[in-house]
Design a protein around this ligand. Structure first.
Ligand code: FES
Length: 558
């Protein structure tokens, strides 16, 4: 369509009637326009403020600046640039012919709208302007840009900027993208905005980590083991640029991530989420993500090198991983329930018992079933008194990782069924045991069993009625509960992004694990986590911990 065909040209008044410093409202075609006269001339801008749509004509003029009185955003009238506030306001052409003020509005094509919206979205993310990010994302959606493209733009911007590699913002983006597709409609919009919100908060305008020169001669596992993030990234750059099959690249990552118990399980969780995200987007986009995953692992804490894992590591070193990997599975429910009880009650991480259980017929899949169920029971009996004790750092998030880690190990096993993936599954056994350290330090609380209620699952979660939420999760059909839980996880019911991220990730992992195992227990566990009171910010706890350290020189309780 030509510009002429899209343009509307109308006389909106007489220049002699417009004093310098005055404004008037006009209509040009379908648009409401504010016509402004300043010392520099006559200008025309959209009347709707890009913030919330209030009329700019009710604002005030100060020289060349127009202030929207509603929230004090200020626009330069000559070009619509927002000098205090967020997005710019569209400007229109003005001619004065024989005292007539003529405004021409050219309706932008979809491509022209996008050309303005993409940079605006990126700017909003870099500044962590949450409102701008939401508005621009939904404006882009209105121009038929896909949820995938919008979320991926945020990930591309964020992945190189997170200081220590990928974090919860990437993992949450993967889940939100999946949820946008599954839930559709209004909930898809919420999922997109939740994803971008996390990316904006976590990465902002930190300097981007540059990609090194590709080097296919480097061994990825060895580079990560050596904590050489540049070498690890160089290998991955070579892989993705040469078009190496993605399963082969994933296999290398699984080999690397199974060497250690990384960052409370986050190494494996981020690996799973990064590859799931790429599967949704396109593997050809891997260069924007996977090199940064390699850096994440190179920088990750190897928890298995810490003293509290010594016994478990000694047991793990004695395990025949080939036998575990060859164990078949998932075995029968009675044996699984015995393993669940062992995971819950053993005084030390039952690594050798878990390996025997897997090798005897449960296999890695049966072992992960048991891990998921054990961690779910821990979630159902987490003592809320402990949650709010500031001198004890143990809390909900420590337990939820047990569930997402188990899910990540199952993904790894699906991609690369191997001794390496078997080893990763045994790390989840250790974490399942470690998720009980709060119980072991204090006491085992009675599990919340759930009570009949008229509340739907979503209502119960919003009203923080944990008993009703657990009851609804146990009583409902698994598919419906999974969907309701996913929707509820997108509500704004966390005070910080890190907690919101865990709500989304746990709800999703619980739904997937419930479907895999054929049990509603993971759903009930996640329902309780979403509904129950929880510590949501960590400033007060940081104060107590810091005070303890500074005054005694001793580390925090673990
Ligand atoms: S509506 Fe104009 S600044 Fe808020």
């Amino acid at each position: 369509m030509s510009t002429a065909a899209r343009s509307t040209r109308e006389t909106v008044g007489h220049a002699s009637d417009l004093a310098v410093g005055s404004m008037k409202l006009a209509r040009v075609g379908e648009r409401r326009i504010v016509v402004v006269r300043t010392p520099s001339g006559i200008h025309a801008l959209d009347n709707a403020c890009p913030h919330q749509g209030y009329g700019l004509v009710t604002g005030s003029l100060d020289g060349e600046l127009l202030t929207c009185q509603w929230h004090n955003w200020k626009y330069r009238v000559s070009d619509g640039v927002c000098v205090i506030g967020e997005e710019n306001v569209p400007c229109h052409g003005v001619e004065v012919i024989d005292d007539e003020v003529i405004v021409t509005v050219v309706e932008p094509t979809v491509d022209e709208q996008r050309a303005v919206l993409w940079p605006s979205l990126r700017s909003g993310i870099e500044k962590d302007y949450q409102g701008q990010v939401a508005r621009d994302a939904l404006r882009l959606l209105g121009t038929a840009v896909s949820p995938t493209a919008i979320i991926w733009e945020g990930v591309k911007l964020g992945a190189p900027r997170n200081e220590w590699g990928l974090g919860h913002e990437m993992a949450t983006s993967a889940d939100c993208l999946a949820l946008a597709g599954e839930l559709g409609g209004e909930r898809a919009k919420t999922a997109i905005v939740q994803a971008l919100s996390g990316l904006a908060e976590a990465t902002r305008a930190y300097p981007a980590r540059p990609l090194p020169e590709a080097d296919g001669s480097i061994d990825l596992v060895a580079a990560i083991e050596a904590e050489d993030h540049t070498a690890a990234m160089a290998r991955v750059v070579a892989d993705v640029r040469s078009g190496r099959p993605v399963t082969d690249v994933a296999t290398d990552f699984i080999e690397a991530v199974s060497r250690h118990h990384y960052d409370y399980g986050h190494g494996a969780i981020y690996t799973q989420k990064a590859f799931e995200l790429l599967a949704e987007v396109a593997h050809t986009e891997a260069e924007h993500l996977l090199p940064h995953l390699a850096a994440t692992l190179a920088w990750g804490t190897r928890e298995d090198t810490l003293p509290y894992m010594n016994k478990a590591m000694a047991e793990l070193d004695g395990v025949d991983l080939d036998a575990v990997a060859a164990g078949g599975g998932p075995g029968d429910d009675a044996a699984r329930d015995v393993m669940v009880a062992t995971l819950l009650d053993a005084p030390e991480a039952p690594i050798a018992a878990a390996a025997r259980f897997a090798a005897a017929g449960a296999g890695v899949t049966g072992l992960l079933d048991a891990v998921t169920l054990a961690v779910s029971y821990r979630l159902l009996r987490h003592d809320l008194d402990l949650e709010f004790r500031l001198d004890d750092p143990f809390g909900w998030l420590d337990i939820t990782h047990g569930l997402t880690y188990s899910r990540a190990a199952r993904w790894a096993w699906g991609v690369h069924p191997s001794p390496a993936a078997a080893r990763l599954a045994l790390f989840t056994v250790w974490l399942a045991h470690d998720t009980g350290r709060g119980e072991r330090r204090n006491h085992v609380a009675a599990p919340v069993e759930g009570a009949p209620s008229d509340l739907s699952l979503g209502e119960a979660i919003l009203r923080r009625d944990e008993s009703a939420a657990v009851g609804a999760a146990l009583d409902g059909g698994m598919t419906e509960v999974t969907r309701a839980m996913a929707e509820a996880s997108l509500y704004d019911h966390a005070g910080s992004f890190i907690v919101q991220a865990h709500l989304i990730k746990t709800a999703r992992a619980a739904g997937e694990e419930a479907a895999t195992i054929g049990s509603s227990i993971p759903l009930a566990a996640a329902a309780r986590f979403l509904a129950a009171p929880r510590l949501e910010r960590f400033a007060a706890r940081n104060a107590v911990e810091s005070d303890h350290f500074i005054s005694t020189g001793r580390p925090p309780l673990r």
